[in-house]
Design a protein around this ligand. Structure first.
Ligand code: AMP
Length: 396
């Protein structure tokens, strides 16, 4: 039996999940983990499939350790602990597929070069995603690597949904609305088709509400619109990101307040959102546990903006048959779901408070015009499915 590894390499963390493949290349999760605090004192945790910690390691003097060195350590660990199963391929989350890529691709030199040209479109993520690919190419030359793009699921949206109202030449240079969280949305689309095929064939808004948050309007399981745009900064209120903001604010901060572009970037990506409004935390659980008015206002703004954007997507779809909540907040935070659903009553949504509080999969009342679902997302599995499928195509 062989295995594939799903990898999500960020600026200070690497998350990974190992899936074994059966004869038909169907992936089954066998464990996973993460390395955090890279560049400071890295901490590695590996868990088995039932959540038991099977390896924990810290590098106290780890400032100098690069992503490549930590990946090398991980490879050595995997060789010993994978019980003779061979890693057949690595699947990577790559945040940006630019205007070109609508499906995952096997990586080669030419593709890597093309993807590097998108670094400027996602400077906080793309270089780290690609550095992991290059590091593995050196560690294990010849090992197939697959790039799975967060933008791909949105690639075939109607053209109108990809445009900003700026001069055409800029659109043609790539300044357009791409959309992100595509692997999560693709997984939910697939899962909803299994759980509720009638609804999946209709008009559905999926709410990916985590530290990063966005909405996707789907018609017959395909993305037709989404709240994130050129970058993952647009749209909803997030943990530390501001979401949609009048671009005049950015100009004001630079021309009147005297902030540098770098300071504005840090403000909008790292100091805004729930953290900025609450002045307490970016974590929804911490805000819920606080009775400070600023924390409560941050939660209210998060829910108000989510419901407001759902109204906009309802207009795009020409009505809504269902809403699916997913990711850390969407899957776990009953009060946030309830606040958003109450704001959708004008569309005919009727929440079953009991089912919602219990965390059941369907949280709408039988007479609700909009079916309300909670479905856990699984981006790692989506990456593994794509990787296994490309391996199988290669074997044919
Ligand atoms: P994610 O980025 O998908 O991991 O989601 C992180 C967010 O989900 C944070 O704001 C957490 O506070 C929130 N979250 C995670 N687990 C829970 C939980 N059990 N109850 C409420 N919120 C949660």
């Amino acid at each position: 039996m062989s295995a594939v590894v799903s990898l999500n390499a960020g600026s200070s963390s690497i998350k990974f999940a190992v899936f074994t493949l059966d004869r038909d290349h169907v992936p089954t999760l066998s464990g996973g983990g993460k390395i955090e605090r890279i560049g400071m004192a890295p901490i590695l945790t590996i868990r088995s499939v039932d959540g038991t910690v099977i390896e924990q390691k810290t590098w106290k003097d780890g400032q100098a350790l690069t992503h490549a060195e930590l990946l090398s350590w991980l490879f050595d660990w995997a060789r010993i602990h994978l019980d003779g199963r061979e890693i057949a391929a690595i699947g990577h989350r790559v945040v940006h597929g630019g205007p070109d890529f609508a499906v995952p691709r096997l990586v080669d030199e030419a593709l890597l070069g093309k993807l590097e040209s998108f670094n400027a479109l996602a400077p906080l993520h793309q270089p780290h995603n690609l550095a992991a690919i290059s590091a593995i190419a050196k560690l294990a030359p010849g090992l197939p690597q697959v790039a799975c793009f967060d933008t791909a699921f949105h690639h075939d949206r109607p053209r109108i949904a990809t445009r900003f109202a700026i001069p055409r030449a800029l659109h043609d240079q790539g300044i357009r609305r791409y959309g992100f969280h595509g692997l999560s949305y693709e997984y939910i689309s697939k899962r909803l088709a299994e759980l509720d095929p009638g609804l999946a064939a209709g008009r559905v808004i999926v709410a990916h509400l985590g530290n990063g948050a966005s909405l996707c309007a789907m018609a017959s399981g395909r993305s037709v619109d989404t709240t994130m745009g050129f970058t993952a900064l647009d749209g909803l209120v997030m943990g530390t990101r501001c979401g949609a903001i009048d671009p005049g604010v950015v100009l004001h901060l630079q021309t009147q307040v005297g902030m540098t572009a770098h300071q504005v970037e840090s403000l909008l990506y790292k100091q805004s959102g729930l953290l900025g409004v609450s002045e307490l935390s970016s974590d929804m659980r911490a805000l819920s546990a606080s009775d400070r008015p600023e924390a409560q206002e941050a939660i209210e703004l998060f829910c108000w903006r989510a419901a407001r954007e759902m109204g906009a997507l309802a207009a795009t779809l020409g009505g809504v048959d269902g809403v699916v909540f997913t990711a850390g907040i969407g899957e776990n935070h009953a009060d946030v779901r309830a606040r958003i659903c109450r704001r959708l009553e004008w569309l005919g949504a009727r929440l079953c408070e009991t089912a919602n509080a219990r965390g059941e999969p369907v949280i709408s009342l039988p007479d609700s015009k909009i079916k309300l679902w909670v479905i856990p997302t699984d981006e790692e599995r989506m990456i593994a499915l794509h990787t296994a499928s490309l391996l199988q195509d290669g074997a044919r």
